[in-house]
Design a protein around this ligand. Structure first.
Ligand code: 6PG
Length: 221
């Protein structure tokens, strides 16, 4: 882990801590929406050590791969192992999973599990892939149009470029959050972001759906 990436993770953790702290002074419970993938791990570790009334914090994911929770591909496993530790072990985590075999069968149950959360979320932290996807809004997914347009909270997604089916919060539900942050590292993602900022076709680079939120960008080489 480079020093710049570590510093980025710590600065992001401080900003998220401050946002949750501010919202907790005005409301009983707050909701934090995080992303999976590899980038967030040092951020999760930094945030987990912050002193907050974590018992009043709910945590969920922007999207999930439809795999067993013990699988190394599970975003829930990632959150449990790296974020729900130390001080943050007192938070309530609501995973985007159910016992159903497919996300299409499980989506209604997951919607029920997440509807009682304190929406709008205080903060949504997004990641981005090299293809411009964010959450599970993939350019090559047949469900992209639906996920960008629906007022339903969650969409089951199948994407040729990905090995597993997925479930994702819709763009509409993610848009409703009070604060949006993009956490990315490396020159490749900087180039993708530059391309995204240089055009409007959301279907080509779905991260564009969040460029007007406003979106705070946390990037390091
Ligand atoms: C996931 C995500 C996804 C992720 C990007 C970036 O489950 O894969 O939530 O949208 O944020 O793919 O992933 P990396 O951090 O691994 O590059």
């Amino acid at each position: 882990m480079s020093q710049a990436r570590q510093q980025l993770a710590e600065q992001l953790a401080e900003a998220v801590f401050q946002a949750l702290y501010d919202d907790l002074s005005r409301q009983e419970r707050v909701l934090l929406v995080v992303s999976g993938g590899s980038t967030p791990v040092p951020f999760f570790k930094a945030l987990a050590g912050k002193s907050l009334p974590w018992e009043r914090v709910d945590v969920t994911l922007a999207d999930e791969r439809w795999v067993d929770e013990q699988s190394s591909d599970s975003n829930a496993k990632l959150v449990r192992e790296h974020l729900l530790q130390s001080e943050a072990a007192a938070a309530t985590f609501i995973p985007l999973t159910s016992r159903a075999t497919t996300p299409e069968e499980g989506v209604d149950e997951v919607a029920k599990q997440t509807e009682s959360l304190t929406w709008p979320a205080s903060v949504v932290i997004l990641g981005m892939g090299g293809d411009g996807h964010t959450a599970s809004l993939f350019p090559d997914s047949p469900e992209l149009t639906l996920a960008l347009a629906t007022e339903e909270p969650l969409v089951a997604v199948r994407t040729p470029s990905q090995p597993q089916p997925r479930i994702t919060f819709s763009a509409d539900r993610l848009h409703q959050a009070r604060r949006h942050i993009l956490h990315i590292t490396g020159d490749d993602k900087r180039a993708v972001l530059a391309k995204a900022l240089n055009g409007d076709d959301v279907r080509q680079l779905p991260i564009r759906a969040f460029l007007t939120c406003p979106l705070a960008i946390y990037w390091a080489p």
